[in-house]
Design a protein around this ligand. Structure first.
Ligand code: PLP
Length: 405
């Protein structure tokens, strides 16, 4: 039973994860049968999760050499890698290209690496993708993450850098532009955003007369949020746009979901361990921290539910203001204010919901090390990452000669 486990810990509900994975594949199969899923490692690269998506057919979407090496370590071959982002290493870049994995070029430096590589293999044809940077804000006012300032990834269409990259690539005899990468982050994650991205893919295809093996729309979908779009809302709209210029027979649709796949299935279980009254406020000290579930300090509210300590049978008076705070010694480590609610006492549990993305992989090793992670299957809880210990923390460190180890 969950109540006997030592908090804090994350729980991944496997049937819910499976349901979301199927919702994604069903929707893709119905709308664009020639598809490929590249799971976004940066969103949550917990090895159990990676093995889950791998077993279900997803490739690894990585954005650094370390993530690439992790994917290899967890059993991915070079041809099952989708390599994105501005910070690739030359060696891993060449490995993936030589194995006919998927590399989406992000910079002029990478075109130089490619030129060197293809010159040493004149008999081989190399297929590459190009990441397009474009003014999505203009197409969806108020919706993008960067707003009026531009995003900074890929080759900019409006400044002519994209056209220049295409021209450079076309001048290389044994290179083929096989794909477009259009990942863009948005605040709204709306269906309109993806309609606009699909339209941009068509516009580039028409303007540059591409024959593409794939269009990669990236990630950034919603999933598991009340009143917000789900996978079946996106793909009919995307497919309708893409069919104006592409066909599933010729062009594969690549999607790179992260948070939408894992949000709903993941919770973080914490306990109140102390309360204190200071200047009219009741502080609840909990063994979870804002660093565990909101490490970038951007969330204005949290989804959660409570489990009351069953040993505490006294009445719980309504309290005007209970400030839920974390265990760290930083004043900013406050999660939310519980207003006009029954009094919480030590042993009560606060269980945060929808915390799968940008949490476990972004959690600092600050004051307490990584918490445990369990996978739930009905009543069964399986430990898939034990709590980190000081031994885990010191690995790779060198000690001064005078310090005993
Ligand atoms: C971050 C990222 C994703 C995943 O984004 P989510 O919002 O977690 O779905 C996919 N592709 C690229 C290139 C990314 O940078």
């Amino acid at each position: 039973m969950t109540t006997q486990l030592q908090t804090p810990y994350f729980v991944i509900d496997e049937p819910i994860l499976q349901r979301y994975y199927h919702m994604l594949t069903d929707s893709l199969a119905q709308n664009w049968p020639n598809y490929l899923i590249g799971y976004s490692f940066k969103t949550n690269s917990l090895p159990w999760l990676v093995s889950f998506v791998k077993r279900n057919g997803a490739y690894a979407e990585v954005v650094s050499e370390d993530e690439y090496l992790l994917a290899r370590h967890l059993g991915y071959t070079d041809c099952e890698i989708i390599y994105n982002g501005p910070y690739k290493s030359q060696k891993s870049f060449c490995n993936v290209l030589l194995a006919e994995g998927c590399v989406n070029l992000d910079s002029r430096q990478e075109i130089k690496w490619l030129t060197e590589l293809v010159n040493s293999f004149p008999d081989k044809t190399f297929k590459v993708g190009v990441r397009a940077n474009f003014d999505l804000e203009k197409m969806c006012p108020g919706e993008t993450t960067m707003g009026e300032t531009s995003g900074r990834f890929g080759f900019c269409y409006e400044t002519g850098r994209f056209a220049e990259a295409v021209e450079n690539l076309r001048s290389l005899p044994n290179v083929q532009i096989a794909g477009l990468h259009l990942h863009s982050s948005s605040k709204t994650r709306s269906v309109d955003i993806f309609r606009a991205i699909a339209r941009m893919a068509c516009r580039l295809q028409e303007e540059f007369d591409f024959t593409l093996d794939y269009v990669d729309l990236g990630g950034g979908y919603c999933g598991g949020m009340e009143g917000r779009p789900e996978y079946p809302d996106y793909f009919p709209v995307i497919a309708k746009e893409l069919r104006k210029c592409f066909s599933p027979e010729q062009t594969r649709l690549i999607v790179e979901p992260g948070i939408s796949l894992i949000s709903k299935c993941t919770t973080f279980v914490t306990s109140v361990f102390d309360t204190r009254d200071i200047k009219g406020s009741r502080y609840l000290m909990t063994d979870g921290s804002r660093f565990n579930i909101d490490p970038t300090m951007i969330k204005a509210s949290h989804l959660f539910h409570l489990e009351y300590n069953a040993d505490y049978t006294k009445n719980r008076p309504l309290m005007e203001r209970q400030i839920v705070s974390g265990f760290t010694c930083m004043e900013v480590d406050r999660l939310f204010t519980h207003t006009d609610q029954p009094e919480l006492v030590p042993g009560d549990r606060i269980i945060y919901e929808n915390v799968g993305g940008y949490t476990m992989s972004l959690n600092p090793l600050f004051i307490q090390y990584f918490p445990a992670v369990y996978v739930r299957n009905g009543a069964q809880m399986t430990l898939v990452r034990r709590k980190w210990t000081p031994e885990d923390y010191v690995q790779g460190s060198m000690m001064d000669d005078n310090l005993p180890l």
